[in-house]
Ligand binder design. Structure first.
Ligand code: AP5
Length: 224
């Protein structure tokens, strides 16, 4: 008999900690972490046609058109490593994307989604995004509040010598735009999944490890 499927969607505002938690949850559950933002940033960095199409939208903090992102997600979810589930981070973020995901799940005969909504206050979101630094080597996610973390510094991960950088959309104007886009286009998904009884709200504030425990409980259906 196949293992239980873990078909997880992490929902939340930019900076809510989706990437941080998705990495940990995917390790715990043994299913892939799929971040549409990471896939798009990789395409931009490699200068592919997809990257050229996506770059402007991303730098401005706008959403990349649905048809591009839906095609990426559909293709990725059909890969064999998703057979026992996945942790989706940053997809869906419009109602059209959520409907497309429902279609993919139906086509593949998959079990229902568990949608975990990470809730974080807006002042904290702005603090997190403006101080975020990433590693070019291991993709680690850090914050300037941590010792030694600043643009151009070496990655704090002892197994990595990568350079830390700031994302181009973590500038104040793009952060404002991303939050506005989130309110208008992604927040309606809270109702979409709430009405289908698939939504679990989890506080995304506090210690990363404590949040990870709450997220894991939600993913395993242990939260009312
Ligand atoms: P994407 O990469 O998905 O970015 P996002 O949703 O804006 O989310 P972030 O990656 O900024 O934040 P996060 O919630 O992952 O937080 P993190 O863990 O890094 O999308 C980027 C762009 O790509 C979009 O704007 C769009 O253009 C395009 N795109 C992607 N998907 C798309 C889609 N489906 N449709 C259309 N366009 C799409 O944490 C943030 C910071 O907080 C870090 O510094 C971290 O160290 C810190 N932190 C985390 N947890 C805690 C904690 N508990 N306490 C204190 N600090 C914490």
């Amino acid at each position: 008999m196949a293992d239980q499927e873990h078909n997880i969607v992490l929902l939340g505002a930019p900076g809510a900690g989706k990437g941080t938690q998705a990495k940990m949850l995917s390790n715990e559950l043994g299913v892939p972490h799929i971040s549409t933002g990471d896939i798009l940033r990789d395409a931009v960095a490699r200068g592919t046609e997809l990257g050229e199409q996506a770059r402007g939208y991303m730098d401005r903090g706008e959403l990349v058109p649905d048809e591009l992102v839906i095609a990426i997600a559909r293709e990725r979810l059909q890969q064999p490593d998703c057979a026992n589930g996945f942790v989706l981070d940053g997809f869906p973020r419009t109602v059209a994307q959520a409907e497309a995901l429902d279609d993919v799940m139906d086509d593949l005969g998959r079990e229902p989604l568990t949608v975990i909504n990470l809730k974080v206050d807006e002042d904290e979101i702005i603090r997190r995004l403006s101080g975020r630094r990433l590693c070019r080597g291991c993709d680690g996610i850090y914050h300037v509040d941590e010792p030694g973390v600043e643009t151009g510094a070496e990655c704090p991960n002892p197994d990595c010598e990568g350079e830390l950088y700031q994302r181009s959309d973590d500038q104040p104007e793009a952060i404002r735009e991303r939050l506005e886009v989130y309110r208008k286009q992604t927040q309606p998904l809270i109702d979409y999944y709430g009405e289908r009884d698939l939504l679990v709200n989890v506080s995304g504030e506090g210690d990363v490890e404590e949040i990870a425990e709450r997220v894991l409980e939600a993913a395993r259906g242990e939260v009312a």
